[in-house]
Design a protein around this ligand. Structure first.
Ligand SMILES: Nc1nc(=O)c2ncn([C@@H]3O[C@@H]4COP(=O)(O)O[C@H]5[C@@H](O)[C@H](n6cnc7c(N)ncnc76)O[C@@H]5COP(=O)(O)O[C@@H]3[C@@H]4O)c2[nH]1
Lengths: 193, 193
């Protein structure tokens, strides 16, 4: 099943490489987050990577979008991590940080990104004429399977599950307008506190 | 089918982003290769990315391995390319160059890597107990489907097909020993000349 295949490859090809200690001299995600706080004199809300899983599969280029999510600003990224993988020397893994404005004085800093396999999947579907009737019908199952499998796999890895927060959400409101991602993140942050 | 799904996502999520001109200020693969030649005063054998697709799915960390492929040395990489994708600000894509020693004086420079999805797929299979019997049986079909689909998709994209060279090969000899990847690459280079 395609959704669970994407979840396994996202975990084994990415999350498992960046979150836990890997035994190399490279720092893990939590260490890079603590370094970020020291260097930029800010406090990250949690030592977690927030992964956005929008039901519509629409993953824009950035979380920053003045029309949809006016409270979100791009911040500088965590320091990149380099690892040689499958013949790619010093492949670079870099995670982004965003600022979410609560009111005119208070800001919340979080490390967040969309689940990239969903963006790629949507690109594949829109290119492949002959599959798309099949995919359009099963799109909702595929995203749901992606989310459930990733949740299950993360739970099986104690060294990862506490550092990754999956947000599976309906990204369109009843009028078909995209919801504010800043609010989606803030709702989850309130729950985690 | 899993093999063709991996091929589509490898093309739409990676090859299509790095090979053709993207309309941003970022250089495409051919331009980065020409810059590399100027900066390092060497000549790349072809303006192509060689993608290794080993039948056994075994994709070691680097092509360099003194026991298996004594003729291969790591060279410096092409200049990295940055693109903001699905919320990851300035995600980095970097391609590697290897030196293959022909005889004591002559060297051949090529940009090459293993097909990353196969490495990830092998990691998924070795982790997932309950699937492995199924995958072990179908492993050969999956790699073959990956290769055939990627070949087909590349042919459909004129702006990519001339800059990417797929090498699908049996990586073990009749005694089960891994073959020299330097020889595999040189055989293909001789054919392309
Ligand atoms: N050689 C190579 N260099 C790259 O920079 C690269 N980027 C992607 N790919 C391969 O293309 C395909 C599509 O990528 P996608 O981004 O949708 O999924 C990726 C993505 O969701 C996540 N991931 C991997 N590297 C990163 C990264 N640096 N930043 C964010 N996400 C990443 O984990 C998935 C699996 O990655 P790989 O298993 O390494 O192979 C991928 C995949 O087969 C690459 N292959």
């Amino acid at each position: 099943d395609y959704g669970s295949g994407m979840a396994h490859s996202f975990f084994h090809g990415y999350l498992r490489l960046i979150i836990p200690k890997t035994g190399t001299s490279e720092k893990n995600l939590e260490e890079l987050m603590k370094d970020y706080e020291d260097e930029h004199h800010v406090k990250l809300e949690f030592y977690k990577l927030f992964i956005l899983i929008p039901k519509s599969l629409y993953c824009p280029t950035s979380l920053k979008n003045d029309d949809i999510s006016p409270s979100i600003e791009e911040s500088s990224s965590l320091r990149p991590k380099e690892m040689t993988v499958a013949g790619v020397q010093n492949r670079v893994y870099k995670n982004s940080v965003y600022k979410i404005r609560l009111d005119k004085d208070k800001k919340v800093y979080v490390s967040a990104e969309y689940a990239t396999p969903l963006k790629t999947f949507k690109d594949v579907v829109s290119y492949n004429g002959e599959h798309s009737k099949h995919y359009k019908k099963h799109k909702n199952d595929i995203v749901l399977q992606f989310y459930l499998t990733l949740q299950k796999v993360l739970k099986e890895h104690e060294n990862c599950t506490n550092f990754c927060e999956l947000i599976f959400y309906d990204d369109k409101d009843e009028n078909g307008k995209y919801k504010d991602v800043g609010q989606i993140l803030l709702q989850r942050i309130k729950k985690l506190r």
